[in-house]
Design a protein around this ligand. Structure first.
Ligand SMILES: [Zn+2]
Ligand SMILES: [Zn+2]
Length: 233
């Protein structure tokens, strides 16, 4: 899917969703109180992606050790998008990597890392996502929308199918939650239905390789520039 075409699925705003409370009232009350009194909510501690900063330039490539198995991998710089970067599979242990585009343009190099996927059971993905410190930071900055475009990648651990970020971020936390399927493409609908059952639609595997990365400044400004272009008359 084209990068800028990724979209956020609006949660249903009509009263259908209110018919099915997904949290006990007492918990809702506690959360609301925490929010209004500005008390930080207690969050689950979750494992984070393993990364490497040990990246060396060799002619038109970068070489780096896999953060999982330590074997060397090579990425061709011409395969990286300057903003979106690229993904690559470890030749040795088959984990997926995210390589930021800044390695190609040599932008913000001191802040960049190469990320390796983390196995997360599909069933546990929403809990993982909503407790992730990067997601919470973006939330505090009021720019969670950027994650639809950059910062979240999910692959089937077995067949390496890449799932839509819009589907992943909209996966409901409970079975009873209402999902508005109308805003999904037909491919995304297939993904959503299968992931809600806890399995990959193509191979039935039940574990994702998930990457949630920091969002570099050059990605944020590229996204803002694009927004401004649309505002111009
Ligand atoms: Zn590896
Ligand atoms: Zn699969």
């Amino acid at each position: 899917m084209a990068f800028w075409n990724r979209k956020k699925i609006e949660s249903p705003s009509d009263d259908v969703s209110q018919d099915i409370p997904d949290k006990p009232a007492i918990l809702l009350d506690k959360e609301q109180r925490a929010k209004s009194e500005n008390i930080p909510q207690k969050r689950l501690k979750i494992p984070l992606n393993k990364t490497t900063v040990d990246v060396k330039y060799v002619r038109n490539t970068i070489v780096f050790p896999c953060p999982i198995c330590n074997e060397w991998n090579t990425a061709d710089l011409s395969d990286l998008d300057p903003i979106m970067g690229g993904d690559l599979m470890c030749l040795h242990c088959q984990v997926m990597f995210h390589i930021p585009g800044g390695y190609k343009t040599k932008t913000e190099l001191s802040n960049l890392k190469i990320y390796a996927g983390l196995p997360v059971a599909i069933r546990k993905f929403p809990i993982f996502y909503w407790n992730h410190p990067t997601i919470n930071e973006l939330d505090e900055q009021g720019i969670t929308g950027i994650i639809i475009q950059y910062g979240l990648w999910g692959y089937c651990q077995k067949c390496h199918h890449q799932f839509s970020a819009a589907v992943l971020m909209n996966l409901p936390q409970t079975a009873g939650e209402v999902v508005d399927y109308r805003s999904l493409s037909s491919d995304e609908m297939v993904e959503m239905k299968s992931l809600r059952q806890g399995s990959c639609p193509y191979c039935s595997h039940r574990i994702l390789l998930v990457i949630i990365s920091d969002v570099p400044h050059y990605v944020i400004s590229a996204s803002e520039n694009l927004a401004h272009r649309w505002e111009e008359d």
